[in-house]
Design a protein around this ligand. Structure first.
Ligand code: AMP
Length: 113
């Protein structure tokens, strides 16, 4: 989708700090980090949110989690991390391309919302 920010980042039209890429997944540092490590892990295929996952594309969410497991090693996150996905306006989603926030690098609050 040409008007999607993350599709444009994946295509290299908008610069990003890429930390991982494979056939299905692109991961890059969040421009406004909310933790010492804040990486966005996104499927390359445009999927608007987790509400749009179905049997045709849900394997791509699994691919994102495989990438997260690799980032745990490459970013040295063995002390732990949090994965968050926001969906829809009440979920706080601002970019309408499915993404997983990988947050780490400090003791994160037990409070989730
Ligand atoms: P969400 O609010 O869950 O949709 O998350 C969108 C995230 O994208 C936010 O954490 C933003 O800081 C991040 N973001 C927006 N524009 C960029 C960009 N150009 N490069 C990296 N991260 C971005």
């Amino acid at each position: 989708m040409t008007d999607c920010l993350f599709c444009r980042i994946i295509a290299g039209e908008i610069p990003s700090q890429c930390v991982y890429e494979d056939e299905h997944v692109f991961a890059f540092r969040d421009i406004a980090p909310q933790a010492p490590v804040h990486i966005l892990v996104v499927p390359k295929e445009h999927i608007t949110s987790s509400a749009d996952l179905d049997e045709s594309n849900s394997h791509l969410a699994g691919k994102c989690f495989e990438a997260i497991a690799k980032l745990v090693v490459s970013e040295d996150l063995t002390r732990g991390y949090r994965v968050v996905t926001n969906s829809g306006p009440d979920g706080g989603q601002t970019v309408l391309h499915l993404h997983f926030h990988l947050l780490a690098g400090k003791g994160l609050s037990e409070q989730l919302a």
